[in-house]
Design a protein around this ligand. Structure first.
Ligand SMILES: [Zn+2]
Ligand SMILES: [Zn+2]
Length: 304
């Protein structure tokens, strides 16, 4: 069962030849999500063989251009391709005004409905849930209102111990209940689910910590998450600049990952002034060992 992250762009603010502006594609058990949509994201979706037309949910962290300017092009292409299935967008309220203005000026509407959900910048909020995944937004600390996003698999079913099926004469309905942590009664006898099942896979989780300055307030929202993507626009030498512009350094990202008790840290949103980003990994690894740098096109399996 897939829980796979594809980096479509990991550059901050100004794109470079190696790094597109921010965008990520997430496949959780064949549900497809787009996180931010910087300029050129639709080309990156094609390039990295993502399911271009199957994304039903788009999350936009904030309205700096490097996180949403690709959205107009992507939506317009979907419409030209004949999409009619609605798209759910979770974003700052003003994005809807921008989209409406663009539709008015261009005289073109999309063939599909846009279900617009306004982000809450004051508290963590559940944005979406189905039988497999729950998605939350949480406020971060940036120069404009901005949210991170937390993707959590729901607890998976337990596995039945096969020998018990025959021994106890369990029917399909009983097995279903037991796998879902419910006891059942067979021939007047109570069967306790813990006695006849073993735990299934542990639920996996991923936190996208969008543009933010170092802020310990986000830690409770992302505590014990398996993988964190945290922005690290600057190296430690530009710590003051990071603070002034409400961005983070690699070391600060590592401190957040450590305090959140995460298993892996992916660094990204690198300033265009840096060609080589391995120095970011070196700095962060001194605090949090399991750190990698994002590269456009890289895929990560979220594990626990
Ligand atoms: Zn940015
Ligand atoms: Zn920003």
């Amino acid at each position: 069962m897939k829980f796979e992250l594809t980096i479509l762009g990991c550059g901050g603010a100004i794109p470079t030849l190696e790094r597109n502006p921010t965008s990520q594609y997430l496949n959780i058990q064949d549900r497809y999500f787009l996180i931010d949509c910087g300029e050129g994201s639709q080309i990156q979706l094609r390039k990295y063989k993502c399911k271009f037309s199957k994304i039903d949910h788009i999350f936009i962290s904030h309205l700096h251009g490097d996180h949403f300017l690709g959205l107009f092009g992507y939506l317009s292409t979907l419409s030209l391709l004949g999409r009619t299935t609605p798209i759910n967008i979770y974003a700052p309220e003003d994005l809807m005004n921008l989209i409406d203005a663009h539709r008015d000026i261009s005289g073109k509407n999309y063939n599909f409905e846009l279900n617009f959900n306004t982000l809450n910048f004051k508290k963590t909020t559940k944005l979406f849930e189905d039988n497999v995944v729950e998605i939350f937004s949480f406020p971060v600390n940036h120069s404009v209102p901005c949210c991170g996003f937390l993707f959590k698999e729901k607890l998976t079913q337990r596995n039945i111990i096969k020998a018990k099926i025959k021994d106890l004469g369990l029917g399909i309905g009983d097995i279903k209940k037991l796998k879902n942590r419910e006891n059942c009664i067979v021939d007047g006898k109570t069967i306790v689910y813990k006695d006849v099942t073993v735990s299934g896979n542990k639920a996996r989780s991923y936190a996208y910590c969008a543009d933010t300055k170092y802020d310990e307030k986000i830690i409770p929202f992302i505590k014990d998450v398996d993988v964190i993507y945290h922005e690290s626009t600057f190296l430690e030498e530009l710590k003051n600049k990071a603070s002034k512009t409400k961005h983070s350094t690699a070391i600060q990202a590592a401190e957040i990952a450590l305090s959140a008790n995460s298993k892996m840290l992916i660094l990204g949103h690198f300033s265009a002034r840096y060609d080589n980003v391995e120095k970011f990994v070196q700095e962060a690894s001194s605090i949090f060992k399991n750190t990698v740098a994002a590269y456009d096109g890289y895929k990560y399996q979220i594990k626990n």
